[in-house]
Write a protein that binds this ligand. Structure first.
Ligand code: SAM
Ligand SMILES: Nc1c(NC[C@H](O)[C@H](O)[C@H](O)CO)[nH]c(=O)[nH]c1=O
Ligand code: TYR
Ligand code: SF4
Length: 464
C-alpha cells in the first residue's frame, strides 16, 4: 500500500462504504430546510451536492450553505463565541503511530541513552504548573492539554504497580519506568493537579489518553475519569475521533482505539460528570459517506448522553505527515469540502448547539467564511500550538481579543466571550476597546498579548 499511487481514494483503498444513495439532492435539501432529522443518505446527498452529479455543483453548494446558516441563526442566534485559553500539551512521546500525525515522536527518542536529536518535548508537572500560572496572569481561564501516550505515563501509583507486574511491560502494555527517560512526565493525576491551578478550567484527557490511563487494567472509563476529575479535570476533548468508521481507521490509525471504544470513553467521561467536545478529522483518505457516518455516531452519542458542548471539524493538515510522504494522499480538503463539512455538521447534528470554526486549521479568511456556513464558535486564543504547526500548517498560534473583535465585527456579528461550557457569556462592545478577557479568575478586561502571528508560524508575543 505504501507504494500505491495517490489516486482517487476509493479506487486505492477499495472501501466498502461509498457515497451512493437512493435519495435525491432535492429531497434531502427540502428535509434540511424543514428541520427534519436527516438520514445518512440525506447527509451524503448534501455533502456531495448530489450523487447524481460528479464533483461539487456550485449552485447546490450555496443552497446547502444557506440552509445551514439559517439553521445556525435559529438554533443559537448571531453571536460568535470564543474562549480565552492556553494550550499546554505535556509530551510528544507516543508509540501509537497514527499516519496523519506529525505531533508525535517515537518514545525511544526520549530515553536517556538515546544519542540522536529530536524536536519533541516532555514537561514535568512542576513545569506544567509554571506555564499555567504564567498564563493565568494574561487572563486566560481554560487550559487545554492533549498529549502523546508516553510509555512512562500512568494514571496514579496504583496503576504503575499494576503495569510493573507484567512480565514484559513495554511489549505488553507500552509501559517503561520514568527512570528510562530524560524527563519524567509524572502521573496523569499529578499533571491534572498541576494544571488545574488558580481556578483554571482544565480541558484534557481525550478518550485515547484515557485508554492509556487504564491500559493493562480492568478499570472502567467512568472510574478513570472520576479519578481525573477529583484531581482537577473539568471537561474532556473529543479528539482521537478522526473518522469513526473502522475501514478508515484501519488505514490512518491502526494503532488507535476503535470506534466503539472511543464512544465508550466519551460515555465514561459524561457518566463521571464531565462535559465533552466531539471532533472529526477529515480531508484525507475518507469519502463523503464516511464523513456522514461519523456524524451519525456523534448524533447517536449525543442522544444518549447530552454531554457534547461543541462539535469541531478539524481539516487534515497534510504537509509533513506520513500519509502524504507515502503517497496515500495528495493533499487535504478543498475549500468546497471544508464549507460543506461545516454546513452538513450543522444540519445533521440537530442536537449539538455549537459548531466550531478552527482558525488554526483554516486561517482567518476561511474560518470567517465558515461562520456564515453554519458555525457559531470561533475557538480560543490558545497562546501556543504544536499539532498543526508540526504537521506543516502556518496559521500561527495566537489570536488576541482585539483580533477576535475586529474579525467578528467585520462580518457584522456580535463578538461574545464564553466559558468553556458556554454557560457564561459576555457580549463585547466593539467600540469600547482595547479588549481583553473578563470571565477568568484573574481576568479584568486588560488585553492579553498583542501581535498577529498568522502566516508566520512564529511564537512572537510582545506584551500590549
Ligand atoms: C495530536 S492528538 C493528541 C492527543 C492524543 N494523542 C490523541 O490522539 O487523542 C490530537 C488530535 O490532533 C488531530 N491531528 C493530529 N494530526 C493532525 C493533522 N495532521 N491535521 C489535523 N489534525 C490533526 C487529531 O484529530 C488528533 O486526534
Ligand atoms: N479547533 C481547535 C481547537 N479547539 C479547541 C478550543 O480552543 C477550546 O479548547 C474548546 O472549544 C473548549 O473551549 N484547539 C486547537 O488547539 N486547535 C484547533 O484546531
Ligand atoms: N488539539 C486539537 C483540537 C481540539 C482540542 C480540544 C477540543 O475540545 C477540540 C479540538 C487539534 O489541534 O487538532
Ligand atoms: S494522534 Fe495522538 S495517538 Fe496518534 S500518533 Fe498523534 S499523538 Fe499519538
Amino acid at each position: 500500500m505504501t507504494d500505491a499511487p495517490a489516486t482517487d481514494s476509493d479506487d486505492q483503498f477499495d472501501f466498502e462504504h461509498t457515497p451512493e444513495t437512493d435519495q435525491s439532492f432535492e429531497n434531502a435539501l427540502a428535509k434540511a430546510r424543514d428541520g427534519d432529522r436527516l438520514t445518512v443518505a440525506d447527509g451524503i446527498e448534501l455533502m456531495t451536492t448530489g450523487t447524481d452529479v460528479s464533483g461539487i455543483d456550485p449552485v447546490r453548494k450555496e443552497k446547502v450553505l444557506e440552509a445551514a446558516d439559517r439553521r445556525r441563526a435559529e438554533m443559537v442566534g448571531d453571536d460568535v463565541t470564543f474562549v480565552a485559553n492556553l494550550n499546554n500539551n505535556v509530551t510528544t512521546a507516543c508509540n501509537t503511530g497514527c499516519l496523519f500525525c506529525n505531533f508525535k515522536n517515537t518514545a525511544h527518542q526520549f530515553e536517556s541513552d538515546y544519542e540522536g536529536e529530536h524536536t519533541g518535548f516532555t514537561k514535568t508537572p512542576a513545569e506544567s504548573r509554571e506555564i499555567v500560572e504564567d498564563a493565568l496572569e494574561t487572563g486566560i481561564y481554560e487550559v487545554t492539554s492533549v498529549s502523546g501516550l508516553h510509555p512512562a505515563f500512568v494514571l496514579n501509583e496504583e496503576h504503575r504497580e499494576i503495569l510493573e507486574r507484567y512480565d514484559d511491560p513495554y511489549a505488553e502494555v507500552d509501559y517503561k519506568p520514568p527512570e528510562a527517560y530524560d524527563t519524567d512526565p509524572g502521573t496523569y493525576v499529578e499533571q491534572m493537579r498541576a494544571m488545574s491551578v488558580g481556578g483554571a478550567h482544565l480541558h484534557s484527557m481525550t478518550p485515547e489518553e484515557a485508554y492509556h490511563a487504564r491500559r493493562g487494567t480492568d478499570w472502567s472509563y467512568e472510574d478513570v475519569y472520576r479519578e481525573l476529575k477529583a484531581a482537577g479535570l473539568s471537561s474532556a476533548p473529543g479528539t482521537a475521533a478522526e473518522i469513526l468508521v473502522p475501514e478508515v481507521r484501519e488505514v490512518i490509525c491502526p494503532g488507535k482505539i476503535g470506534t466503539d471504544e472511543w464512544v465508550e470513553g466519551m460515555e465514561g467521561a459524561v457518566a463521571a460528570g464531565l462535559d465533552v467536545t466531539a471532533t472529526i478529522m477529515y480531508g484525507h483518505v475518507e469519502n463523503e459517506a464516511h464523513r456522514v457516518m461519523h456524524l451519525k455516531v456523534i448524533r447517536d452519542l449525543q442522544d444518549r448522553t447530552g454531554g457534547i458542548t461543541e462539535f469541531v471539524p478539524l481539516s487534515f493538515v497534510h504537509q509533513n505527515t506520513p500519509l502524504y510522504d507515502r503517497g496515500l494522499v495528495t493533499g487535504g480538503a478543498s475549500d468546497d469540502e471544508d464549507e460543506l463539512m461545516i454546513a452538513v455538521s450543522r444540519l445533521f447534528l440537530d442536537n449539538v448547539e455549537n459548531i466550531q470554526s478552527s482558525w488554526v486549521k483554516f486561517g482567518n479568511a476561511k474560518s470567517l467564511k465558515l461562520l456564515n456556513c453554519g458555525a457559531n464558535d470561533f475557538m480560543g486564543t490558545i497562546l501556543s500550538e504544536e499539532i498543526t504547526k508540526r504537521a506543516g500548517g502556518g496559521y500561527g498560534e495566537y489570536r488576541s481579543f482585539d483580533d477576535y473583535v475586529e474579525m467578528v465585527s467585520a462580518i457584522g456579528r456580535p463578538p461574545v466571550e464564553r466559558s468553556t461550557d458556554y454557560r457564561e457569556r459576555r457580549r463585547i462592545d466593539p467600540d469600547d476597546g482595547p479588549h481583553g478577557p473578563m470571565l477568568g479568575p484573574r481576568a479584568d478586561g486588560t488585553p492579553m498579548l498583542s501581535g498577529r502571528t498568522e502566516g508566520t508560524g512564529s511564537t512572537a508575543r510582545a506584551d500590549d
